[in-house]
Design a protein around this ligand. Structure first.
Ligand code: ADP
Length: 258
């Protein structure tokens, strides 16, 4: 049975084509989320990558911020459930997921069978989300996918004391003007996100194993600082940004298999 998961995020559209709830036949990830052409394009790219057509799909499930605006899916599932399913599929021992996406951060607790039993979320403030990193990347003219290599070279990470993204933006500009090294500034920016999300995670019982999901998982600077903040190693998969879409494809499979 072939099922399809689409995760329409605030910044990025992700799709996964899955066979029998096990193997990923193809996937796609396109910058551009809700309100753009990216969801439709991501669908065709994933189908092409998997070598299947829409008619070959038994069922599809949509998740993510834009899921309610997508009409092509048989099922509509919350991101929390999908990240849980996707993370458990990849790391069956995971009990705590820290998801940092483009506009929110969530901490999800799973039981030993991978079912969600608790969660906490920050969707009120851009600090502590990918948005904060994207804003800083724009000011510094350094792409977010290069942040980790700057963090590795940092000797004296900068302190970003502002709790608001807008004020932090001015603070970063003034630190730049005062000659703070780019690597120290970027390490400080990553650490600021990590400490904020780490504090959110500490409000829940952090049971190991811990993994990250969402696009910011790809940023090793944030990952390492977050691991330090919560005092736990963090499992990483290069597919972390696809966990929501993997979970959606799995959800569709589980529904149809019944
Ligand atoms: P959403 O579902 O809200 O669209 P995602 O989980 O897809 O969010 O994550 C998007 C965020 O991931 C972006 O804001 C960006 O900061 C970060 N990101 C995406 N790709 C990379 C990368 N290669 N390296 C570092 N960070 C990344």
């Amino acid at each position: 049975m072939i099922t399809f998961g689409i995760d329409i995020g605030s910044t990025t559209s992700k799709c996964v084509v899955m066979e029998d709830g096990q193997n990923i036949l193809g996937s796609s990830l396109l910058v551009g989320g809700i309100g753009t052409k990216s969801p439709e394009l991501a669908v065709s790219q994933a189908l092409e990558a998997a070598g299947v057509t829409w008619d070959d799909l038994t069922a599809t499930a949509a998740t993510g911020y834009g899921r309610n605006r997508y009409e092509g899916a048989d099922y509509n599932v919350s991101e929390l459930s999908c990240h849980g399913l996707g993370a458990h599929h990849t790391f069956p021992t995971v009990r705590t997921i820290i998801d940092i996406g483009g506009q929110d951060a969530k901490v999800i607790s799973l039981d030993e069978k991978g079912r969600m039993h608790n969660f906490l979320m920050n969707d009120k403030c851009a600090a502590g989300t990918g948005r904060f990193l994207d804003v800083m990347a724009n000011i510094l003219v350094v792409p977010v996918d290069e942040f980790a290599s700057y963090c590795e070279k940092a000797n004296n990470p900068a302190q970003i004391s502002s709790t608001c993204t807008v004020f932090a933006e001015s603070e970063v500009i003034s630190q730049l003007a005062n000659g703070v090294e780019m690597e120290d500034l970027i390490a400080g920016i990553c650490s600021s996100v990590a400490v904020r999300v780490g504090n959110l995670a500490k409000r829940i019982n952090i049971v190991p194993d811990v993994c990250m999901s969402g696009g910011v998982a790809q940023n090793a600077g944030v990952r390492n600082a977050l691991s330090q903040s919560i005092g736990q190693p963090i499992l990483f998969s290069p597919q972390a940004q696809l966990f929501g879409a993997i979970g959606a494809a799995l959800y569709a499979y589980q529904k149809e298999a019944k």
